[in-house]
Ligand binder design. Structure first.
Ligand code: UD1
Ligand code: CA
Length: 419
């Protein structure tokens, strides 16, 4: 969207996490929380993005180096979210557009909800638009206080809410869109008049209303979107919600997941139609699986795996950083790491690629139609030619490439017959 910049507030200390890692780098479903927020802003096509850092700023900065380009600013003293936003002011001098403000610890906020927020903000001409949710259990969240005309008056935080306000079910998700100039002008007026004596961004609503500015609210798709991750217990809950969401999306797109309760599918996994994921299976982020594959039960597909169509991965099989070609089968008790497995390959039970020599990881390449006998150990770097065969229990030592069509047996494996 044109003329919209993004700000992520990520300075908070995250004391309740009790961790050496900054809170926003804690992983939910295999991906750091901050990366979810950056991904959302990217998906929304914001023009640029500023991240406010504070606690363990250096570590977060290091992390940001690897990804898409963002600007960082530093909040020296953690005086509250309004103060955090104020630190970004210098990045927006002469900026006449709109600012989408999100927080580093709300990875459950969704793209459709933020998109709706931006669109409504635009079409209504509001000075400030707030994403809200209706919650059955609003304890702990900021509540949306409305006046007699049902328009928003202010947001009150849990610690400062009276009994009446605590009964309000509409909560603050913590995602806002502001006209940039009006935002920074109103921010100056925020005072730390609350139980925690912090400068709350949420207090800006009352200030804007007093200035007769137009403040709008937009309802998020799902109340979970407001869930902020503050502790390890929250991480568990966020993991469960995102896992379920990932699985639901796959099911809707034509994948069978036999038992979602025992299946872990991390964020950013692609699976083709008519593939079946059997129980007790873990599939990590970035894995790509084709159509009509059978995965599990008890399979673990780690990052960097690409499986073509009709591949079968069975029980107690671990695959990492490997490509597996059309129709190949790895059905029982195997470890396949840093390998390229061709098409129509059969990998016998208990086959291991010894990919690590103590210093570095080496590749194993297995040609189309090869037949790897049960219990074969393939010591990388190694190439097994097309339609080659290894005997049961053979140990194929490194660089002893097996020619196409040859059969090798024994320890160390020797050629029994050539094609
Ligand atoms: C916040 C909202 C609350 C909302 C809830 C949803 C405020 C005041 N309250 O409460 O209305 O319902 O999230 O999850 O915003 N931060 C800084 N610098 C600071 C203080 C905080 O950058 O000085 C950042 C933190 O990194 C964090 C975010 O602000 O990402 C929210 O702060 P936190 O203290 O976690 O607010 P909540 O109590 O969760
Ligand atoms: Ca929080």
């Amino acid at each position: 969207m044109k003329n919209i910049a993004g700000i992520i507030l990520a300075a908070g200390e995250g004391t309740r996490m009790k961790s050496a890692l900054p809170k926003v780098l804690q992983k939910v479903s295999g991906k750091p929380m901050l990366e979810y927020m950056l991904g959302l802003l990217q998906q929304l096509e914001v023009k640029r993005c500023v991240v406010v850092l504070g606690h363990q700023a250096q570590m977060v900065k290091e992390f940001l180096k690897g990804g898409t380009k963002v600007k960082t600013v530093r909040q020296k003293k953690l005086l509250g979210s309004a103060d955090a936003l104020w630190q970004a002011k210098s990045s927006f001098v002469n900026f006449k557009g709109h600012l989408l403000v999100v927080y580093g610890d709300t990875p459950l906020v969704s793209y459709p909800s933020l998109k709706k927020l931006l669109q409504w903000h635009r079409s209504s001409g509001a000075t400030c638009s707030i994403l809200t949710a209706i919650s059955k259990n609003p304890t702990g969240f900021g509540r949306i206080v409305r006046g007699e005309d049902n328009r928003v008056d202010r947001i009150v935080e849990e610690q400062d809410a009276d009994t009446y306000e605590k009964a309000i079910g509409e909560i603050n998700v913590n995602a806002y869109c502001f006209k940039a100039r009006e935002l920074f002008s109103a921010l100056k007026e925020v005072k730390p008049n609350n139980t925690k004596q912090e400068y709350y961004l949420t207090d800006i609503i009352e200030i804007l209303i007093k200035r007769k500015a137009k403040v709008e609210t937009i309802l998020a798709q799902d109340e979970n979107e407001a869930f902020g991750v503050n502790s390890r217990r929250d991480l568990i809950r966020a993991n469960a919600i995102i896992n379920r969401r990932n699985i639901e999306e796959l099911i809707s797109s034509g994948v069978t997941v036999i038992d979602p309760a025992t299946t872990y599918i991390y964020t950013d996994v692609k699976i083709g139609r008519d593939s079946v994921i059997h129980p007790h299976t873990i599939i990590e982020g970035g894995v790509k699986i084709g159509r009509e594959c059978q995965i599990g039960p008890f399979a673990r597909l780690r990052s960097g795996c690409v499986l073509e169509d009709e591949v079968e991965i069975g029980n107690f099989v671990e695959v990492v950083r490997s490509k597996v070609g059309l129709g190949s089968k790895i059905k029982h008790h195997s470890y396949i790491g840093d390998a390229t497995v061709g098409k129509a390959v059969n990998i016998g039970a208990g086959t291991i690629t010894a990919n690590y020599d103590g210093q570095k990881k080496n590749r194993t390449i297995i040609g189309d139609g090869a037949f790897i006998g049960v219990g074969t150990i393939l010591i990388a770097p190694l190439k097994i030619g097309k339609r080659a065969v290894t005997g049961a229990g053979s140990v194929v030592t490194k660089d002893k490439n097996v020619p196409a069509g040859a059969t090798v047996v024994g320890v160390p494996a020797k050629i029994l017959k050539k094609r």
